[in-house]
Design a binder for this molecule. Structure first.
Ligand SMILES: [Fe+2]
Length: 305
């Protein structure tokens, strides 16, 4: 750990369980056919892992849309969790035995900063709590070694109960709180927004779920929204992304409604420097991109950190 912590990278890390299934890690019981439907996203994650291989970091901080909390923003607060995670929609693809360690001290620091910022918060202290598959999938795809502790943040329901604008306002406060806590803690952190982009998906599955002849964009309008958002990422237009986020969410049925991308942009200080899009691909028709922002590289190049 360093005296003053920092956000080493901000990463959009989508979590379709299909990507775990296709990779056949020993923790996952189902075996894939290897037909290759999701190769573009696997290649994107490979490029990301190569890009962060030399990075010095202590912890993964992940915001997940599949731990849904109706009263406030919750944080895992037990040092160790283990169990079997089964995807409720795709139990044929994802039955994953997980063990993960939690940086409880940092989780509590983020919670404290979020509470100081006016957000409703809670710590999850149940040692038998089943960690959601969004967290597990994103963490595995970014860091399959499982050698770093995590901080896991739930998805509060503000956008669903009130409006996209109200949800985003909270996520920006949560992002700023996360940044303050990381800096105070002395940790070097990778931040993971576990989220897809456009999210309309197929309702039928082929005999081989990994059949590449089946996989394609479901809705052209939504895919065009994805491309617009990725163009803004490449242009370093973080403020514009936030300005358009409520419409993007509504018109592409985006999983960003759960707040992960807005949280990440807030934690990064709303980047005005480009993010790297490592790749884009569909899973059951949804749009997914692996994106990396490197604040220190941007600062070295003369941009904002
Ligand atoms: Fe999801």
């Amino acid at each position: 750990m360093t005296a003053t912590g920092s956000i080493v990278r901000g990463i959009v890390a989508p979590h379709p369980p299909h990507l775990i299934y296709a990779a056949n890690p020993p923790q996952n019981e189902p075996r894939s056919s290897g037909a290759g439907a999701w190769a573009p996203l696997h290649a994107a994650y490979q490029r990301l892992r190569a890009s962060i291989a030399a990075a010095d970091f202590d912890v993964l901080v992940v915001h997940t849309p599949h731990w849904k909390t109706h009263v406030g923003h919750h944080f895992l607060g037990v040092p160790r969790f283990a169990g079997r995670s089964v995807d409720p929609i795709f139990p044929n693809l994802f039955r994953f035995d997980y063990q993960l360690e939690v940086d409880v001290e940092l989780a509590e620091a983020v919670r404290d900063e979020a509470a100081a910022g006016g957000l409703c918060t809670a710590m999850m202290r149940n040692p038998d709590f089943r960690v959601d598959y969004g967290t597990i999938t994103s963490c595995h795809l970014v860091r399959p070694e499982w050698d770093k502790p995590v901080v896991c943040i739930s998805s509060a329901r503000t956008a669903f109960d009130y409006s996209n604008e109200a949800g985003d306002a909270e996520m920006l406060v949560l992002g700023q709180a996360t940044r303050r806590a990381v800096e105070r803690s002395g940790r070097n952190a990778l931040l993971l927004a576990s989220t897809s982009l456009s999210h309309r998906h197929f309702t039928e599955e082929p005999a081989d779920p990994e059949d590449p002849r089946f996989e394609h964009i479901y809705n052209r309008n939504q895919a065009l929204w994805d491309q617009r958002l990725l163009g803004l990422v490449r242009a370093g237009a973080g403020r514009q992304i936030l300005d358009e986020m409520p419409d993007f969410i509504e018109q592409s049925m985006s999983e960003c409604k759960d707040g992960g991308l807005s949280w990440l942009l807030g934690a990064l200080g709303v980047p005005d420097y480009p993010g790297t899009v490592h790749g884009y691909g569909t899973v059951i028709g949804t749009g997914n991109a692996v994106i990396e922002w490197d604040p220190s590289a941007a600062a070295a190049a003369g941009g904002a950190a």
